[in-house]
Design a binder for this molecule. Structure first.
Ligand code: BDR
Ligand code: CA
Length: 332
């Protein structure tokens, strides 16, 4: 069976870490390139985290290219005042769900020899598309800045993209604001470019990611494997449950936790994991006062526009956790 060629664009992040482990350690995927984008933390930190994870799990052979350090239009830190305002209304934990490093809860060895390649993410993505005989699936797990620029800079390569399987958005789930999800909120203009591109999009937003909740039994299963990847994953899953549930106390989660980004990779490895989805027309708010980045889903077909997104609502959780375990056990 031929492997599925993919590009993973990420901003690790604990859930990005899990997504990278699934992508790099699943025999079904051929990860051609990993790219990083500012999101959960500034670009330097998320790049360091991605390099650390990839080296630790034995994925040194996969190139990593650094991408954008800020959204396309909005100022670099436009999200910070809004998050500060948002946190005033929550029981925030210090440094948020991912901690000061972006990947708190595990100490990676120092002197990691893995370095980013010498070209930027958008150019590296274009090279992969150009050189691939098969169409390539892009899996964005952070703000859509890099992917939007790729579509704008290399329109003639859009036909080489199989689909975009992304973590982002929300059709109903109320989080920071109605409809609001972090990745689409950080770079609304990039989100609009991607959603209007005509490339098939599968959206794993809060609708589904807050229904795929791991618990201690999943951590224990992963920890029972005697390899360093499983150990690292189990430590970071434990840390993320503590941090996420402390940062977002009003959600009322105590012994369970989402692992958002991993859903968007798992669905590429095995599309039969999707048990409920709808094809909808989805517009992106970019000109409002309160909801910039909102993924506005046209349930009633009032726009009469063709659906541009497969919105995912439910996955087969047990088989998803099996995949998390299998890929962790398959790493170094
Ligand atoms: C998304 O935001 C980030 O914190 C996570 O890594 C995920 O990509 C969830 O809203
Ligand atoms: Ca992410």
């Amino acid at each position: 069976m031929s492997k599925i060629p993919v590009i993973v664009d990420c901003d690790p992040g604990h859930d990005d870490m899990m997504a990278l482990v699934i992508a790099c350690c699943s025999p079904e995927l051929d990860v051609k390139l990993v790219t990083t984008v500012a999101g959960n933390k500034p670009l330097e930190l998320v790049t360091r985290n991605a390099l650390n994870v990839m080296h630790y799990i034995g994925a040194d052979h996969i190139p990593l290219a650094e991408g954008c350090d800020r959204p396309i239009v909005r100022p670099k830190d436009h999200v910070i005042p809004k998050l500060a305002e948002f946190r005033r209304h929550t029981d925030s934990i210090e440094n948020g769900a991912h901690g000061a490093s972006g990947l708190d809860g595990f100490t990676f060895p120092e002197n990691n020899p893995k370095k980013p390649i010498g070209i930027r993410a958008v150019e590296a993505m274009a090279n992969v598309l150009r050189e691939s005989e098969q169409k390539v699936t892009i899996i964005p797990l952070g703000p859509l800045t890099n992917v939007a620029l790729l579509l704008r800079c290399y329109p003639h390569l859009i036909s080489k993209i199989e689909k975009i399987s992304l973590m982002g958005g929300s059709s109903e789930f109320v989080f920071t604001r109605p409809f609001m999800e972090f990745n689409t909120f950080v770079d609304p203009e990039a989100t609009k470019i991607v959603f209007e591109s005509g490339v098939p999009i599968i959206m794993y937003g809060y609708d589904v990611t807050y229904t795929v909740l791991y618990d201690q039994s999943v951590i224990d299963r992963i920890a029972s494997h005697d390899n360093q990847t499983s150990y690292m994953v189990s430590q970071l899953l434990k840390a993320f449950m503590y941090r996420h549930n402390g940062a977002f106390k009003w959600l009322g989660l105590t012994d369970t936790c989402p692992i958002h980004d991993a859903c968007a990779v798992a669905g590429v490895v095995d599309p039969s994991l999707i048990t409920q989805s709808r094809y909808l027309h989805v517009d992106i708010e970019t000109g409002g006062d309160f909801l910039n980045g909102a993924t506005v889903c046209d349930y009633a077909n009032t726009t009469h526009l063709k659906p541009n997104v497969q919105v995912v609502y439910r996955m087969d959780n047990e088989r998803f956790f099996d995949l998390m375990e299998r890929c962790s056990a398959g790493g170094k």
